[in-house]
Design a protein around this ligand. Structure first.
Ligand code: PEP
Length: 250
């Protein structure tokens, strides 16, 4: 099965609007002949600025999170309607920092997934185990639970707008990367879980990104694996010099 590689940059809580604009312009220029699917996810405050720069290019606009409710009395939250109004096409949900620092559980992540899909957005659903869970031999079980609970109630017809990102928590921002073999094994397992939920064909089509200290020098080995279909990049996404070589790997 030929799946399109999908390389996404999560800028987290970095960059002012002018810094975000500078990076977005550099990426537009340097990725215009890129062969893969691309996304940048700036902070909420830079979305409008970056939207104007990536509009009509081969770079999608993503948000890093979204409220579980459409609108209302939710101080400090950002709604799906507001994201769509800015031109956001994709939302990253269940990132490990949301799960572990801000205590979002599977039920909340699932509510957000369904709301985003209902409004036509593409979702990048992040799953991944902590170091403690990996050492206890629970990596597969944790990823299975987060995948199953994250997709609860998601119709088969909406699955083509779902991307899974396997991000082992111990590899995020730590400089430690899962070996391509270990990552591929979990990706294969997640694909099997998707197959149980949606059938083999749908499972073969689903894009599963790897995230966790992806750099230009490990991207090729990771992407060479059968079940690794792209990357969700944090630290290395903050500069064109480090993101472009990942985005243009071949
Ligand atoms: C991430 O934030 O999704 C991530 C994978 O970060 P890093 O590449 O810095 O490990």
């Amino acid at each position: 099965m030929n799946r399109t590689y999908y390389i996404a940059g999560n800028w987290k809580m970095h960059k002012t609007r002018s810094e975000a604009a500078e990076l977005a312009k550099a990426l537009v220029a340097q990725l215009k002949d890129g062969k893969h699917k691309y996304l940048v996810a700036p902070t909420f405050t830079s979305l409008e600025t970056v939207a104007a720069i990536v509009k009509g290019t081969n770079i999608r606009l993503g948000a890093q999170n979204m409220a579980a409710e459409e609108q209302g009395a939710h101080t400090g939250e950002v709604s799906v309607l507001q994201l769509k109004d800015l031109g956001v096409q994709t939302v990253i949900l269940g990132h490990s920092e949301r799960r572990h620092v801000y205590k979002e559980d599977d039920a909340l992540v699932n509510k957000k997934v369904k709301l985003a899909l209902q409004h036509g957005l593409e979702v990048i659903l992040c799953v991944g185990e902590t170091l403690e869970e990996r050492e206890a031999g629970k990596a597969e079980a944790v990823c299975e639970t987060q995948t199953v609970k994250g997709l609860l109630g998601v119709a088969a017809g909406d699955l083509e707008r779902v991307v899974i990102a396997y991000e082992p928590v111990w590899a995020i921002g730590t400089g430690k990367t899962a070996t391509p073999e270990d990552a591929d094994a979990i990706h294969a397992y997640i694909r099997k879980v998707a197959g149980k939920l949606y059938g083999e064909d749908a499972a073969q089509r689903i894009i599963i990104q790897y995230g966790g200290s992806v750099k230009a020098d490990n991207a090729v080995q990771l992407m060479a694996k059968d079940n690794i279909d792209g990357a969700l990049v944090g630290g290395a996404a903050l500069k064109a010099d480090s993101f472009v070589p990942i985005a243009k790997f071949s």
